[in-house]
Design a protein around this ligand. Sequence first.
Ligand code: IVH
Length: 676
Amino acid sequence: MDTIPEKVLKKVGELRREIEQHNHNYYVLDNPTITDAAFDQMMRELASLEQEYPELVTPDSPTRRVGGKPREGFVTVRHLAPLLSLGNAFEEGELKDFDRRVRQALPGEKIEYVAELKIDGLAVSLLYENGLLVRGATRGDGEHGEDITPNLRTVRAVPLRLKENIPLLEVRGEVFMPKEAFARLNESRDEAGEQLFANPRNAAAGSLRQLDPGVTASRQLSIFVYALGQAEGVDLPTHSAVLEWQQAQGFKVNPHFRLLPDIDAVLGYCREWQQDRFNLPYATDGVVVKLNSLAQQLRLGATMKSPRWAIAWKYPPEQARTVVRDIIIKVGRTGVLTPTAILSPVRLAGTTVTRATLHNEDMIREKDIRIGDTVLVHKAGDIIPEVLEVIRDARREDEKPFAMPEECPECHMPVVRPGGEVAVRCTNPVCPSRFREGLIHFVSRNAMDIAGLGPAVIALLISSGQVKDAADLYVLKKDELVSLERMGEKSAQNLLQAIEESKKNPLHRLLFALGIRHVGERAAKILAGRFGSMDNIASARLEELVEIPEIGPKIAESVTEFFANRENLKLINKLARLGVNMASSIAGGQSGPRPLEGKTVVLTGGLKNYTRQEAGEIIERLGGRVSSSVSKKTDLVVAGEDPGSKYRRAMELNIKVLDEEGLVALLKDTGYDQRG
Ligand code: IVH
């Protein structure tokens, strides 16, 4: 076996440390310090080195978060010490009773409490041996849980390695799905006619209990840790010290915990968060109150089910009564007709609610919701307004039952409800509503991010016939825009600027913007990172796609189907012709000089400054095509260190050879700086 060059060893170590630091900044501290593109670049570089030197791969490498094949089932494991549950308090008096019990058990002693937000998620246990994550399990019944290690490894806020080399450490916390992610997941499940998750807790549980860790990875889960189980060589006096220590070890700890002198202060904390919690990006369902001193905790002990030193204060469910004024139909970008209730405005969980999704006709029938009904509404996951039930006593019998239309309200083509599905779909592939919604998605913040192109302007552009497909956005002229209603000179200018800027977006944004079914932001990033260019993705075979971790058969099929469609290919070609970037995460647009236009280039040997993938991307950006073998048709060979047989063949065939410096010089000439 060849020895691994010193500089490779060094580079791999550096990359891993840097990547973990950025991971921590992004997922634990919510404070990224580099761009996604720069991060992806580092990941690719590490992955390509690990591919070249597989003996360097370690289980805690950041490239190993997602991996392995789906499993057959879960294995039950026994927790080192049981994970207890908490007693509940629903009224202030119950909190005061708890405090009285604590003080009676510790007469004359100084007492302090820590109040924490109660996160609406799923309790898990993380086990570290010698600083490495070796096992992650669900709480289960408290004594036994399920081993879900591969799934928990995909949660980016879970450190795979601790800062210190602690012999044995068990950490407990709550895995949760942020409100945004929950809303988007349910939205896409709704569109696909799949069963919805009732709340973020169920969504987190459903995502963690996946046999395929790739699915878990796509769900954007996070974790807050809030307790220690077994911990060897760790001696801390208080719960607040535990939280601070956990933070220092790289865990994500909720920043809103507070050390409080007495139960009145705890009540103040609870009142304060009762409304403020709606501004948090994750759902909470109460406050957990814990005695701060660990020695006192030990003396108080626990009952069979829950500790005597802690209690959960539950917020009353946020619900409101209002009237369904109308039920309207919205046609989404995949053609699904979604009934939406128009409500009399009502305050609910921090906002004024005027609409609630009714999901589908089955749900309306089950709940027997009629126009004019008085209903009880709540927000699923503190975010999605939903009708819980009809208040029957308020019925006056002049309410109007609702029926799904038989034609699309937008294009008047017939709708269908395929057998076994709950969703009703418009059958018209060119339904204006689908097109409009698709375009709204195309320009949205996480897609092409074209500011100033709201739904109203889009509707105008479509109805005036100026935009017939997404690519038409890139040929819009200023005077055409100014002629639109309420579009001034200045906003037209800004809009054109934003459209122009969007051409330089990294490939994954465009890929997401295209609205390929099942291709969310994460899948788009994975595909862009893996294939480097739209052409490569378009020509990827199904077997190649399914092989990729996190890309399941559903996504793979949908991708191949999308690129098999001639209309879609036409659109992509048109976008490319108009200068929209079709290459990986490198910014810069396709407008620079292309000295390798039409040339076939072969790479051989190791490059000092670039991975193979990067070098390939650069060549493509300069107009060249990368081929793997040297033939008479080869125009140029780029040879790095120890080039081997391809180099010899190039010499035989008298093909021009460039070394790495030559490639760099070429880049300088074009003024194209790769690492921007
Ligand atoms: S402490 C013995 N702290 O609430 C103490 N639990 O109702 C065990 N939970 O099973 C739990 N946020 O799943 C604790 N900050 C927090 C929490 C929290 C959410 C969950 C946890 C627990 C349940 C008890």
